[in-house]
Design a protein around this ligand. Structure first.
Ligand SMILES: NC(=O)C1=CN([C@@H]2O[C@H](COP(=O)(O)OP(=O)(O)OC[C@H]3O[C@@H](n4cnc5c(N)ncnc54)[C@H](O)[C@@H]3O)[C@@H](O)[C@H]2O)C=CC1
Ligand SMILES: O=C(O)[C@H](O)CS(=O)(=O)O
Length: 486
Protein backbone atom coordinates (compact mmCIF):
# COMPACT_ATOMS: atom_id res chain seq x y z
CA UNK A 1 0.00 0.00 0.00
CA UNK A 2 1.09 3.59 -0.60
CA UNK A 3 3.29 4.89 2.24
CA UNK A 4 1.69 8.01 3.70
CA UNK A 5 3.97 11.04 3.48
CA UNK A 6 2.50 14.16 5.05
CA UNK A 7 3.64 17.75 4.47
CA UNK A 8 5.55 18.53 7.67
CA UNK A 9 4.55 22.21 7.85
CA UNK A 10 0.88 21.29 8.02
CA UNK A 11 1.23 18.32 10.37
CA UNK A 12 0.48 19.93 13.74
CA UNK A 13 0.39 17.76 16.88
CA UNK A 14 -0.38 20.40 19.50
CA UNK A 15 -3.61 22.23 20.30
CA UNK A 16 -3.94 25.81 19.07
CA UNK A 17 -4.97 28.15 21.91
CA UNK A 18 -4.67 31.95 22.06
CA UNK A 19 -2.42 32.03 19.02
CA UNK A 20 0.03 29.48 20.49
CA UNK A 21 0.67 25.79 19.89
CA UNK A 22 0.35 24.09 23.26
CA UNK A 23 0.74 20.64 24.79
CA UNK A 24 -1.78 19.22 27.22
CA UNK A 25 -0.86 20.43 30.72
CA UNK A 26 -0.16 16.86 31.83
CA UNK A 27 1.79 16.17 28.64
CA UNK A 28 -0.55 13.40 27.52
CA UNK A 29 -0.99 12.62 23.83
CA UNK A 30 -3.27 10.30 21.83
CA UNK A 31 -2.61 8.49 18.58
CA UNK A 32 -4.18 9.27 15.21
CA UNK A 33 -4.22 6.21 12.98
CA UNK A 34 -4.81 5.69 9.27
CA UNK A 35 -8.01 3.59 8.92
CA UNK A 36 -6.46 1.74 5.97
CA UNK A 37 -3.86 -0.10 8.02
CA UNK A 38 -3.74 1.36 11.53
CA UNK A 39 -0.45 3.18 10.81
CA UNK A 40 0.17 5.84 13.49
CA UNK A 41 0.15 9.20 11.71
CA UNK A 42 0.65 11.47 14.71
CA UNK A 43 0.48 11.74 18.49
CA UNK A 44 -1.65 14.77 19.34
CA UNK A 45 -2.02 16.78 22.57
CA UNK A 46 -4.74 15.09 24.67
CA UNK A 47 -6.55 18.13 26.08
CA UNK A 48 -9.14 18.25 28.83
CA UNK A 49 -11.06 20.80 30.87
CA UNK A 50 -8.09 23.05 31.72
CA UNK A 51 -7.01 23.53 28.12
CA UNK A 52 -10.60 23.96 26.96
CA UNK A 53 -11.18 26.65 29.58
CA UNK A 54 -8.02 28.44 28.44
CA UNK A 55 -9.30 28.40 24.86
CA UNK A 56 -12.72 29.75 25.87
CA UNK A 57 -11.12 32.54 27.94
CA UNK A 58 -8.79 33.38 25.03
CA UNK A 59 -11.80 33.65 22.72
CA UNK A 60 -13.54 35.90 25.25
CA UNK A 61 -10.48 38.15 25.53
CA UNK A 62 -10.17 38.42 21.74
CA UNK A 63 -13.85 39.19 21.17
CA UNK A 64 -13.96 43.00 21.76
CA UNK A 65 -11.19 43.81 19.29
CA UNK A 66 -12.36 41.28 16.72
CA UNK A 67 -15.96 42.44 16.67
CA UNK A 68 -14.74 46.06 16.60
CA UNK A 69 -12.82 45.39 13.38
CA UNK A 70 -14.43 46.67 10.22
CA UNK A 71 -16.21 44.04 8.15
CA UNK A 72 -13.61 44.69 5.46
CA UNK A 73 -10.76 43.92 7.84
CA UNK A 74 -12.35 40.60 8.84
CA UNK A 75 -13.15 39.87 5.19
CA UNK A 76 -9.55 40.45 4.11
CA UNK A 77 -8.26 37.88 6.60
CA UNK A 78 -10.89 35.33 5.57
CA UNK A 79 -9.97 35.92 1.96
CA UNK A 80 -6.25 35.38 2.69
CA UNK A 81 -7.20 32.19 4.57
CA UNK A 82 -9.13 31.00 1.50
CA UNK A 83 -6.15 31.71 -0.74
CA UNK A 84 -3.76 29.83 1.57
CA UNK A 85 -6.04 26.80 1.84
CA UNK A 86 -6.33 26.58 -1.93
CA UNK A 87 -2.55 26.96 -2.30
CA UNK A 88 -2.12 23.99 0.05
CA UNK A 89 -5.03 21.97 -1.35
CA UNK A 90 -2.98 18.90 -2.25
CA UNK A 91 -1.12 18.71 1.07
CA UNK A 92 -4.34 19.25 3.05
CA UNK A 93 -6.06 16.57 0.96
CA UNK A 94 -3.27 14.07 1.60
CA UNK A 95 -3.58 14.74 5.34
CA UNK A 96 -7.35 14.32 5.19
CA UNK A 97 -7.18 11.06 3.25
CA UNK A 98 -4.61 9.68 5.68
CA UNK A 99 -6.64 10.36 8.83
CA UNK A 100 -10.19 9.89 7.47
CA UNK A 101 -9.81 7.44 4.59
CA UNK A 102 -11.71 9.07 1.73
CA UNK A 103 -10.12 8.81 -1.72
CA UNK A 104 -7.76 11.62 -2.66
CA UNK A 105 -10.03 13.05 -5.35
CA UNK A 106 -12.83 13.44 -2.82
CA UNK A 107 -10.43 14.86 -0.24
CA UNK A 108 -9.26 17.49 -2.73
CA UNK A 109 -12.91 18.25 -3.41
CA UNK A 110 -13.60 18.62 0.31
CA UNK A 111 -10.69 21.06 0.74
CA UNK A 112 -12.03 23.24 -2.08
CA UNK A 113 -15.59 22.91 -0.74
CA UNK A 114 -14.52 24.06 2.72
CA UNK A 115 -12.33 26.84 1.32
CA UNK A 116 -15.22 28.27 -0.66
CA UNK A 117 -17.13 28.83 2.57
CA UNK A 118 -14.20 31.02 3.65
CA UNK A 119 -14.47 32.86 0.33
CA UNK A 120 -18.26 33.18 0.52
CA UNK A 121 -18.31 34.56 4.06
CA UNK A 122 -15.39 36.88 3.32
CA UNK A 123 -17.81 38.50 0.88
CA UNK A 124 -20.91 38.15 3.06
CA UNK A 125 -19.12 39.84 5.99
CA UNK A 126 -19.61 43.18 4.23
CA UNK A 127 -23.33 42.66 3.80
CA UNK A 128 -24.48 42.39 7.40
CA UNK A 129 -26.85 45.34 7.61
CA UNK A 130 -29.17 46.67 10.29
CA UNK A 131 -32.51 48.42 9.84
CA UNK A 132 -34.34 51.62 10.64
CA UNK A 133 -37.99 50.67 11.08
CA UNK A 134 -41.19 52.71 11.02
CA UNK A 135 -41.50 54.37 14.44
CA UNK A 136 -44.67 53.96 16.51
CA UNK A 137 -44.71 57.70 17.30
CA UNK A 138 -43.34 60.92 15.88
CA UNK A 139 -40.90 61.48 18.74
CA UNK A 140 -39.30 58.04 18.43
CA UNK A 141 -36.92 56.29 16.08
CA UNK A 142 -36.61 52.49 15.90
CA UNK A 143 -33.24 51.03 14.93
CA UNK A 144 -32.11 47.42 14.60
CA UNK A 145 -28.45 46.45 14.94
CA UNK A 146 -27.02 43.07 13.90
CA UNK A 147 -24.49 42.02 16.55
CA UNK A 148 -22.23 38.91 16.80
CA UNK A 149 -23.59 36.33 19.23
CA UNK A 150 -20.17 36.23 20.98
CA UNK A 151 -17.95 33.23 21.80
CA UNK A 152 -18.92 30.23 19.69
CA UNK A 153 -18.06 26.58 20.38
CA UNK A 154 -18.06 24.02 17.58
CA UNK A 155 -17.98 20.23 17.72
CA UNK A 156 -17.24 18.77 14.30
CA UNK A 157 -17.38 15.26 12.82
CA UNK A 158 -14.82 12.90 11.32
CA UNK A 159 -16.57 12.46 7.98
CA UNK A 160 -15.70 15.96 6.67
CA UNK A 161 -12.95 17.05 9.07
CA UNK A 162 -12.01 20.11 7.02
CA UNK A 163 -15.23 21.32 5.37
CA UNK A 164 -17.53 20.98 8.37
CA UNK A 165 -15.18 23.15 10.40
CA UNK A 166 -14.57 25.68 7.62
CA UNK A 167 -18.33 25.95 7.04
CA UNK A 168 -18.87 26.99 10.65
CA UNK A 169 -15.84 29.12 11.46
CA UNK A 170 -16.14 31.17 8.26
CA UNK A 171 -19.64 32.42 9.07
CA UNK A 172 -18.89 32.96 12.76
CA UNK A 173 -15.71 35.00 12.23
CA UNK A 174 -17.25 36.97 9.35
CA UNK A 175 -19.86 38.53 11.66
CA UNK A 176 -17.38 39.16 14.50
CA UNK A 177 -17.68 36.09 16.72
CA UNK A 178 -14.67 34.27 18.17
CA UNK A 179 -14.41 30.52 18.08
CA UNK A 180 -13.34 27.35 19.91
CA UNK A 181 -13.44 24.12 17.89
CA UNK A 182 -13.30 20.51 19.05
CA UNK A 183 -12.64 18.22 16.07
CA UNK A 184 -13.47 14.51 16.17
CA UNK A 185 -10.87 12.49 18.01
CA UNK A 186 -10.35 10.35 14.90
CA UNK A 187 -9.52 13.30 12.63
CA UNK A 188 -7.96 16.32 14.40
CA UNK A 189 -5.10 16.81 11.94
CA UNK A 190 -7.24 18.54 9.30
CA UNK A 191 -8.54 21.03 11.87
CA UNK A 192 -5.06 21.76 13.21
CA UNK A 193 -3.74 22.30 9.68
CA UNK A 194 -6.60 24.72 9.04
CA UNK A 195 -5.61 26.60 12.21
CA UNK A 196 -2.01 26.81 11.03
CA UNK A 197 -3.14 28.44 7.79
CA UNK A 198 -5.52 30.73 9.66
CA UNK A 199 -2.61 31.88 11.80
CA UNK A 200 -0.61 32.56 8.63
CA UNK A 201 -3.57 34.46 7.17
CA UNK A 202 -3.39 36.86 10.11
CA UNK A 203 -6.10 35.73 12.51
CA UNK A 204 -5.39 37.55 15.81
CA UNK A 205 -4.58 35.40 18.83
CA UNK A 206 -7.68 33.95 20.49
CA UNK A 207 -10.03 34.49 17.55
CA UNK A 208 -9.82 30.85 16.42
CA UNK A 209 -8.84 28.03 18.81
CA UNK A 210 -8.68 24.25 18.28
CA UNK A 211 -8.77 21.91 21.28
CA UNK A 212 -8.32 18.21 20.56
CA UNK A 213 -8.68 15.26 22.92
CA UNK A 214 -9.45 11.58 23.17
CA UNK A 215 -12.42 12.09 25.52
CA UNK A 216 -15.04 14.13 23.65
CA UNK A 217 -17.43 14.28 26.58
CA UNK A 218 -14.83 15.97 28.81
CA UNK A 219 -14.09 18.77 26.32
CA UNK A 220 -17.74 18.91 25.26
CA UNK A 221 -18.78 19.13 28.86
CA UNK A 222 -16.78 22.34 29.33
CA UNK A 223 -17.87 23.81 25.99
CA UNK A 224 -21.56 23.27 26.82
CA UNK A 225 -21.40 24.30 30.49
CA UNK A 226 -19.12 27.34 30.43
CA UNK A 227 -21.30 30.50 30.49
CA UNK A 228 -18.78 32.43 28.39
CA UNK A 229 -19.81 30.29 25.41
CA UNK A 230 -22.99 31.78 23.97
CA UNK A 231 -23.51 29.40 21.05
CA UNK A 232 -22.79 25.76 20.20
CA UNK A 233 -22.74 24.55 16.60
CA UNK A 234 -22.59 20.79 16.09
CA UNK A 235 -22.44 18.35 13.20
CA UNK A 236 -22.79 14.69 14.03
CA UNK A 237 -25.24 12.06 15.14
CA UNK A 238 -28.72 12.91 16.31
CA UNK A 239 -28.09 11.02 19.54
CA UNK A 240 -25.08 13.16 20.40
CA UNK A 241 -26.84 16.30 19.22
CA UNK A 242 -29.69 15.70 21.65
CA UNK A 243 -27.23 15.21 24.49
CA UNK A 244 -25.42 18.43 23.63
CA UNK A 245 -28.67 20.41 23.39
CA UNK A 246 -29.60 19.21 26.87
CA UNK A 247 -26.18 20.22 28.19
CA UNK A 248 -26.52 23.68 26.65
CA UNK A 249 -29.89 24.29 28.28
CA UNK A 250 -28.45 25.18 31.69
CA UNK A 251 -26.83 28.34 30.26
CA UNK A 252 -29.48 28.92 27.57
CA UNK A 253 -26.96 28.74 24.75
CA UNK A 254 -28.09 29.10 21.17
CA UNK A 255 -27.48 25.94 19.15
CA UNK A 256 -27.16 24.91 15.52
CA UNK A 257 -27.55 21.19 14.91
CA UNK A 258 -26.63 19.44 11.66
CA UNK A 259 -27.51 15.88 12.57
CA UNK A 260 -28.24 12.51 11.03
CA UNK A 261 -30.30 11.83 7.93
CA UNK A 262 -32.26 9.10 6.17
CA UNK A 263 -32.47 10.46 2.63
CA UNK A 264 -35.01 8.97 0.22
CA UNK A 265 -33.91 8.78 -3.42
CA UNK A 266 -37.10 8.43 -5.48
CA UNK A 267 -37.06 7.28 -9.12
CA UNK A 268 -40.40 7.76 -10.90
CA UNK A 269 -41.41 5.86 -14.02
CA UNK A 270 -40.99 9.04 -16.08
CA UNK A 271 -37.38 9.60 -14.95
CA UNK A 272 -34.31 9.62 -17.18
CA UNK A 273 -33.04 6.27 -15.88
CA UNK A 274 -29.38 6.79 -16.80
CA UNK A 275 -29.40 10.16 -15.06
CA UNK A 276 -31.10 8.58 -12.05
CA UNK A 277 -28.47 5.83 -11.84
CA UNK A 278 -25.63 8.35 -12.11
CA UNK A 279 -27.30 10.47 -9.43
CA UNK A 280 -27.78 7.46 -7.18
CA UNK A 281 -24.11 6.50 -7.51
CA UNK A 282 -23.06 10.00 -6.41
CA UNK A 283 -25.67 10.41 -3.68
CA UNK A 284 -25.12 6.95 -2.20
CA UNK A 285 -21.42 6.20 -2.39
CA UNK A 286 -19.68 9.55 -1.77
CA UNK A 287 -17.22 9.15 1.15
CA UNK A 288 -18.05 5.39 1.16
CA UNK A 289 -21.62 6.30 2.10
CA UNK A 290 -20.50 8.26 5.19
CA UNK A 291 -22.30 11.54 4.68
CA UNK A 292 -25.46 12.83 6.36
CA UNK A 293 -27.04 13.52 2.97
CA UNK A 294 -26.30 10.11 1.43
CA UNK A 295 -29.19 8.40 -0.31
CA UNK A 296 -30.24 5.96 2.39
CA UNK A 297 -33.41 4.50 0.82
CA UNK A 298 -33.75 4.12 -2.96
CA UNK A 299 -37.48 4.12 -3.77
CA UNK A 300 -38.04 3.01 -7.38
CA UNK A 301 -41.30 2.75 -9.34
CA UNK A 302 -42.27 -0.88 -10.12
CA UNK A 303 -42.20 -0.31 -13.90
CA UNK A 304 -38.49 0.61 -13.89
CA UNK A 305 -37.38 -1.34 -10.80
CA UNK A 306 -35.53 -4.24 -12.47
CA UNK A 307 -33.83 -2.02 -15.06
CA UNK A 308 -32.71 0.41 -12.34
CA UNK A 309 -31.35 -2.35 -10.08
CA UNK A 310 -29.45 -3.92 -13.00
CA UNK A 311 -27.87 -0.62 -14.07
CA UNK A 312 -27.04 0.39 -10.50
CA UNK A 313 -25.46 -3.01 -9.82
CA UNK A 314 -23.32 -2.79 -12.97
CA UNK A 315 -22.00 0.61 -11.92
CA UNK A 316 -21.44 -0.45 -8.31
CA UNK A 317 -19.31 -3.42 -9.38
CA UNK A 318 -16.84 -0.97 -10.96
CA UNK A 319 -15.62 0.43 -7.61
CA UNK A 320 -11.96 -0.18 -6.76
CA UNK A 321 -11.79 -0.60 -2.97
CA UNK A 322 -8.48 0.24 -1.28
CA UNK A 323 -6.17 2.93 0.06
CA UNK A 324 -7.61 6.28 -0.96
CA UNK A 325 -4.08 7.64 -1.45
CA UNK A 326 -3.72 5.36 -4.49
CA UNK A 327 -4.93 7.23 -7.57
CA UNK A 328 -6.56 4.06 -8.98
CA UNK A 329 -8.72 3.53 -5.89
CA UNK A 330 -12.30 4.83 -6.03
CA UNK A 331 -13.53 3.90 -2.55
CA UNK A 332 -11.67 3.91 0.75
CA UNK A 333 -12.30 2.36 4.18
CA UNK A 334 -14.92 3.30 6.78
CA UNK A 335 -13.76 5.33 9.77
CA UNK A 336 -13.40 2.49 12.25
CA UNK A 337 -13.96 -1.30 12.55
CA UNK A 338 -17.16 -0.83 14.59
CA UNK A 339 -18.63 1.09 11.65
CA UNK A 340 -18.16 -2.04 9.51
CA UNK A 341 -19.86 -4.12 12.20
CA UNK A 342 -22.82 -1.70 12.28
CA UNK A 343 -23.21 -1.77 8.50
CA UNK A 344 -22.91 -5.56 8.38
CA UNK A 345 -25.60 -5.95 11.03
CA UNK A 346 -28.03 -3.87 8.95
CA UNK A 347 -27.20 -5.82 5.78
CA UNK A 348 -27.46 -9.22 7.48
CA UNK A 349 -30.87 -8.35 8.94
CA UNK A 350 -32.12 -7.38 5.46
CA UNK A 351 -30.78 -10.57 3.87
CA UNK A 352 -32.37 -12.71 6.57
CA UNK A 353 -35.67 -10.93 5.92
CA UNK A 354 -35.65 -11.65 2.19
CA UNK A 355 -33.50 -8.98 0.55
CA UNK A 356 -30.99 -10.12 -2.08
CA UNK A 357 -27.47 -8.68 -2.53
CA UNK A 358 -26.88 -8.18 -6.25
CA UNK A 359 -23.41 -6.76 -5.40
CA UNK A 360 -21.27 -7.01 -2.25
CA UNK A 361 -22.95 -7.71 1.07
CA UNK A 362 -19.90 -8.26 3.26
CA UNK A 363 -16.62 -6.84 4.50
CA UNK A 364 -13.29 -7.15 2.72
CA UNK A 365 -10.00 -8.93 3.20
CA UNK A 366 -8.33 -5.56 2.62
CA UNK A 367 -8.74 -4.71 6.30
CA UNK A 368 -11.13 -4.43 9.22
CA UNK A 369 -12.29 -0.96 8.18
CA UNK A 370 -13.26 -1.95 4.62
CA UNK A 371 -16.79 -2.80 3.44
CA UNK A 372 -17.71 -3.88 -0.07
CA UNK A 373 -19.98 -1.51 -2.05
CA UNK A 374 -23.35 -3.23 -1.85
CA UNK A 375 -26.72 -3.18 -3.64
CA UNK A 376 -29.70 -4.87 -1.98
CA UNK A 377 -32.89 -5.51 -3.97
CA UNK A 378 -36.33 -6.67 -2.73
CA UNK A 379 -36.02 -4.60 0.44
CA UNK A 380 -39.03 -3.86 2.65
CA UNK A 381 -39.96 -0.87 4.92
CA UNK A 382 -39.93 -3.24 7.89
CA UNK A 383 -36.16 -3.64 7.58
CA UNK A 384 -33.51 -1.66 9.53
CA UNK A 385 -32.07 -0.37 6.23
CA UNK A 386 -35.32 1.58 5.78
CA UNK A 387 -35.53 2.93 9.32
CA UNK A 388 -31.89 3.65 10.23
CA UNK A 389 -29.06 5.79 8.85
CA UNK A 390 -26.71 3.20 7.32
CA UNK A 391 -23.61 5.43 7.06
CA UNK A 392 -21.87 2.95 4.77
CA UNK A 393 -21.68 1.93 1.06
CA UNK A 394 -24.99 0.04 0.98
CA UNK A 395 -27.83 0.86 -1.45
CA UNK A 396 -31.12 -0.77 -0.41
CA UNK A 397 -33.70 -0.54 -3.21
CA UNK A 398 -37.44 -0.49 -2.41
CA UNK A 399 -40.37 -0.72 -4.86
CA UNK A 400 -43.46 1.54 -5.03
CA UNK A 401 -46.55 1.66 -7.28
CA UNK A 402 -47.97 5.19 -6.92
CA UNK A 403 -46.79 8.77 -6.33
CA UNK A 404 -48.75 8.94 -3.10
CA UNK A 405 -47.05 5.76 -1.86
CA UNK A 406 -43.61 7.15 -2.75
CA UNK A 407 -44.24 10.32 -0.75
CA UNK A 408 -45.63 8.38 2.20
CA UNK A 409 -42.57 6.10 2.24
CA UNK A 410 -40.16 9.01 1.81
CA UNK A 411 -41.63 10.95 4.73
CA UNK A 412 -41.91 7.88 7.00
CA UNK A 413 -38.87 8.77 9.15
CA UNK A 414 -37.97 10.98 12.13
CA UNK A 415 -35.25 12.56 9.97
CA UNK A 416 -35.64 15.43 7.52
CA UNK A 417 -32.28 16.51 6.11
CA UNK A 418 -32.01 15.75 2.35
CA UNK A 419 -34.27 14.06 -0.20
CA UNK A 420 -33.82 13.42 -3.92
CA UNK A 421 -36.16 12.49 -6.76
CA UNK A 422 -35.97 12.02 -10.50
CA UNK A 423 -38.92 12.89 -12.75
CA UNK A 424 -39.46 14.76 -16.00
CA UNK A 425 -43.09 15.64 -15.31
CA UNK A 426 -43.11 19.31 -14.22
CA UNK A 427 -46.47 19.08 -12.43
CA UNK A 428 -45.23 16.06 -10.52
CA UNK A 429 -41.98 17.92 -9.70
CA UNK A 430 -43.96 20.69 -8.01
CA UNK A 431 -46.26 18.26 -6.17
CA UNK A 432 -43.45 16.07 -4.85
CA UNK A 433 -41.08 18.97 -4.01
CA UNK A 434 -43.75 20.54 -1.81
CA UNK A 435 -44.86 17.24 -0.23
CA UNK A 436 -41.41 16.05 0.89
CA UNK A 437 -40.76 16.98 4.56
CA UNK A 438 -37.03 17.78 4.29
CA UNK A 439 -34.73 20.77 4.58
CA UNK A 440 -33.16 20.16 1.18
CA UNK A 441 -34.49 18.46 -1.98
CA UNK A 442 -32.46 17.49 -5.06
CA UNK A 443 -34.61 17.36 -8.20
CA UNK A 444 -32.89 15.42 -11.00
CA UNK A 445 -29.71 16.40 -9.11
CA UNK A 446 -27.56 14.62 -6.52
CA UNK A 447 -24.93 17.32 -5.91
CA UNK A 448 -26.87 19.71 -3.66
CA UNK A 449 -24.16 20.85 -1.21
CA UNK A 450 -22.48 24.18 -1.94
CA UNK A 451 -21.63 27.40 -0.04
CA UNK A 452 -24.30 29.40 -1.85
CA UNK A 453 -27.16 27.25 -0.56
CA UNK A 454 -28.73 27.03 2.94
CA UNK A 455 -27.66 23.57 4.16
CA UNK A 456 -29.70 22.09 6.99
CA UNK A 457 -32.60 19.92 8.03
CA UNK A 458 -35.87 19.63 9.93
CA UNK A 459 -37.30 17.22 12.49
CA UNK A 460 -34.55 15.14 14.12
CA UNK A 461 -32.01 16.16 11.49
CA UNK A 462 -31.56 19.37 13.42
CA UNK A 463 -32.00 23.11 13.07
CA UNK A 464 -30.10 26.10 11.69
CA UNK A 465 -28.64 26.67 8.24
CA UNK A 466 -25.02 26.71 7.02
CA UNK A 467 -23.95 28.55 3.87
CA UNK A 468 -25.74 31.18 1.76
CA UNK A 469 -26.97 34.54 3.09
CA UNK A 470 -29.04 32.55 5.60
CA UNK A 471 -25.85 31.12 7.08
CA UNK A 472 -24.99 34.23 9.08
CA UNK A 473 -28.30 34.23 11.00
CA UNK A 474 -27.02 31.48 13.30
CA UNK A 475 -24.22 33.75 14.54
CA UNK A 476 -26.07 37.05 14.88
CA UNK A 477 -28.17 38.61 17.63
CA UNK A 478 -30.70 41.29 16.71
CA UNK A 479 -30.45 44.38 18.95
CA UNK A 480 -33.32 46.88 19.00
CA UNK A 481 -32.69 50.54 19.86
CA UNK A 482 -35.63 52.78 20.67
CA UNK A 483 -34.64 56.43 20.41
CA UNK A 484 -37.11 58.78 22.07
CA UNK A 485 -37.53 62.48 22.94
CA UNK A 486 -37.19 63.66 19.33
N1 LIG B 1 -24.64 14.48 10.35
C1 LIG B 1 -23.43 14.05 10.04
O1 LIG B 1 -22.79 14.53 9.12
C2 LIG B 1 -22.82 12.97 10.83
C3 LIG B 1 -23.60 11.96 11.33
N2 LIG B 1 -23.03 10.96 12.05
C4 LIG B 1 -23.88 9.88 12.54
O2 LIG B 1 -23.42 9.49 13.84
C5 LIG B 1 -23.17 8.11 13.85
C6 LIG B 1 -22.07 7.77 14.81
O3 LIG B 1 -20.89 8.47 14.41
P1 LIG B 1 -20.04 9.14 15.55
O4 LIG B 1 -18.69 9.46 15.10
O5 LIG B 1 -20.17 8.32 16.79
O6 LIG B 1 -20.83 10.52 15.69
P2 LIG B 1 -20.84 11.43 16.96
O7 LIG B 1 -22.01 12.29 16.80
O8 LIG B 1 -20.71 10.65 18.19
O9 LIG B 1 -19.49 12.31 16.80
C7 LIG B 1 -19.51 13.54 16.13
C8 LIG B 1 -18.68 14.52 16.94
O10 LIG B 1 -19.24 14.63 18.25
C9 LIG B 1 -18.25 14.36 19.23
N3 LIG B 1 -18.91 13.79 20.40
C10 LIG B 1 -19.41 12.56 20.55
N4 LIG B 1 -19.97 12.42 21.77
C11 LIG B 1 -19.80 13.62 22.42
C12 LIG B 1 -20.14 14.15 23.70
N5 LIG B 1 -20.79 13.40 24.59
N6 LIG B 1 -19.80 15.42 24.01
C13 LIG B 1 -19.15 16.18 23.10
N7 LIG B 1 -18.80 15.77 21.87
C14 LIG B 1 -19.12 14.49 21.54
C15 LIG B 1 -17.27 13.47 18.53
O11 LIG B 1 -16.00 13.52 19.14
C16 LIG B 1 -17.24 14.10 17.16
O12 LIG B 1 -16.42 15.24 17.24
C17 LIG B 1 -22.82 7.80 12.40
O13 LIG B 1 -22.98 6.43 12.15
C18 LIG B 1 -23.81 8.66 11.67
O14 LIG B 1 -25.07 8.01 11.66
C19 LIG B 1 -21.71 10.94 12.37
C20 LIG B 1 -20.88 11.95 11.87
C21 LIG B 1 -21.38 13.00 11.03
O1 LIG C 1 -22.17 16.26 7.41
C1 LIG C 1 -22.08 15.84 6.26
O2 LIG C 1 -22.15 14.65 5.93
C2 LIG C 1 -21.87 16.90 5.20
O3 LIG C 1 -22.65 18.03 5.55
C3 LIG C 1 -22.27 16.41 3.84
S1 LIG C 1 -21.92 17.59 2.61
O4 LIG C 1 -22.06 18.96 3.16
O5 LIG C 1 -20.52 17.35 2.18
O6 LIG C 1 -22.89 17.32 1.55
Amino acid sequence: MTETKLASNLLQQQAYVNGEWIDAEDGRRFEIRNPVDGQVLAKVADCGVAETRRAIEAAEAALPDWQAQTAKARADILRRWFDLVMQHQDALAALLTAEQGKVLSEAKGEIAYGAHYLEWFAEEAKRIDGDILAAPSQDQRVLVLKRPVGVVAAITPWNFPNAMLARKVAAALAVGCTFVAKPAKETPLSALALAALGEEAGLPAGVFNVVCGSDSSVIGGELTANPIVRKLTFTGSTATGKKLMQQCADTVKRTSMELGGNAPFIVFDDADLDAAVAGAMAAKFRNAGQTCVCANRLLVHADVYDAFVDKLSQETEKFQLGNGADEAVTMGPLIRPSAVDSVQAIVSEALEAGAVATVGGQGSELGDCFYQPTVLRDCAPSMRCFKEEIFGPVAPVFKFETEAEAIQLANDTEFGLAAYFYSRDYARIWRVSEALDYGMVGINEAAISNPMAPFGGVKESGHGREGSKYGVDDYIETKYLCMGGL
